[in-house]
Design a protein around this ligand. Sequence first.
Ligand code: 1PR
Length: 568
Amino acid sequence: GRSTQRLFLLDYGAGNVRSLLNAVHSLGYEIEFITKESDFDLADKIIFPGVGAFGYAIEAMKSKGFCEPLKNYIASGRPLMGICVGMQVLFEGSDEAPDVSGLGIIPGRVRKFKDTNKAVPQIGWNSVSKIPQYTSANGLTEDRHLSFSDGQRFYFVHSYAVPFTGNPELSDWAYTSTRYRDEAFVSSIWKGNVFATQFHPEKSGKAGVELLRSFIESPFFSSEQGNLELPAKQKLQPSSFLQPDQIPDGFTVRVIACLDVRANDQGDLVVTKGDQYDVRESAEDGGNVRNLGKPVELAERYYKEGADEIAFLNITSFRDIPFKDTPMLEVLKQASRTIFVPLTIGGGVRDITDPTTGEKWLAKRVAGEYFRSGADKVSIGSDAVYAAEEYWKNNKQCAGNTSIEQIAESYGAQAVVISVDPRRVYVQSPEQTAHSTVKTKFPGPNGEQYCWYQCTVKGGREGRDLDVIQLVTACQAIGAGEILLNCMDKDGTNSGYDHELIGSVKKAVQIPVIASSGAGCPAHFSDVVEECGAEAVLAAGIFHRREVPIADVKGHLTQKEIPVRPSP
Ligand code: 1PR
């Protein structure tokens, strides 16, 4: 790297640190791993990322004997930057693990967001408001060295946060605050050599990467001069301390690009797109698997065009072991090198037994491979249907070992997305089925006024006796963090989203819902947000076929006064 300082990453075995490595490398710096206690003495600066569950993080830190050395490192005055759970563990404790103490460096506790009138976890982009604590005697404020500017958006993905009460007890520490609907919380802390963010800078596009650069390069964090005393602070009177109701809600709707990926008949991994899940061209066109481009190239284009998240779905994974499809791991490793927004990977996330070796891979290990390759979330399709069927059969008891529970336990609920592949089943009247029906504006082939949404597995090839409401309520109870709500009837039709489906699911769960399938023009995106309250809108075909640029979608949503992250 450009400086002689030794930058270290304190990784306790969290989720996706690869993206953080890639972000630091993209700035031209090297970063080493803290693997043993003596490494703390070699570090000039430490970045401490945390993903997932608070309790897991503390236990992992303890088992590695990192807690005391980290406290001593901080006491030595050398700079530390915490990220997400890496910020939370600096506090006294968290509701997420009531019987586990945090490091107690910062006064206060981490609380769970209320989900009475907003989706929890908060998954998405939000703004930060600097809390004016003081200006230094010579007018120099430390802000100059942290490239926060109003209007920027950063990526949050968490169910727990430190409330911003506006009382001075946090005044020494709280650096910015953010509002998520009815709750203001501390989105970053800074005091002397300790800086930490609730959001993920390595997943917050250019704004986030520049913030990492600030930490690495800012003189306020230089360890050469020891803990450079910040300019003398003239404490503002507490009365002038920013109050929670002065914090704006900058939460935005996410626009997500989705890449269905599979091997074509020649064995090359291509981005394809189903038309109601049929990914092959017509017979007269050769019947080939539609080839809409290469996964990493397309993903990079979408990142540059302003996609807020990118999802890769390995759509033939139900056939074979995803690791025979190791190209998917390679796709993630390559994509996460230059793409600094969240990546979701789906397809084949479940317990698997390798038919040749008989080796058993738990879903947690499959997901771990994907996280270590650069994914932030995994989506579970078929296996979630099976888990929901078990849940209802066992009278709403969680089995304890489902792929959802395994992954949420270590990486947090927010890392587990349920990908739903429902299709309409029309009935003349609700009495004809025990399933949850909707009265539809789009009658069935025989004029049926009602329908229910049947869950399918194996990429829509097999219908199950489970409806979409049973699926999403069970998965939320089991511990999933988000719903990716596809729709077979609408898939690839460009006729708009299925509002009846999305509206009924939004009413049934408190976790965020991504609208998917059918988008054909910018108005379709604003319609589904206005009518169903989807937290995110996803499309595939219109982006792959270059019919509608992402910027046009964001421009249209802005015109409709739906907040979006500004395109880069
Ligand atoms: O069951 O856990 O192995 O996961 C398989 C995953 O692959 C699931 O997420 C499933 O939705 C997906 N999948 C399987 N087969 C297909 C197929 O198309 N034959 N993709 C498929 C379904 C859903 C989105 C699509 C949106 C937007 N496609 O990827 O892009 O519906 O489409 P549009 O904007 O073009 O209308 P497991």
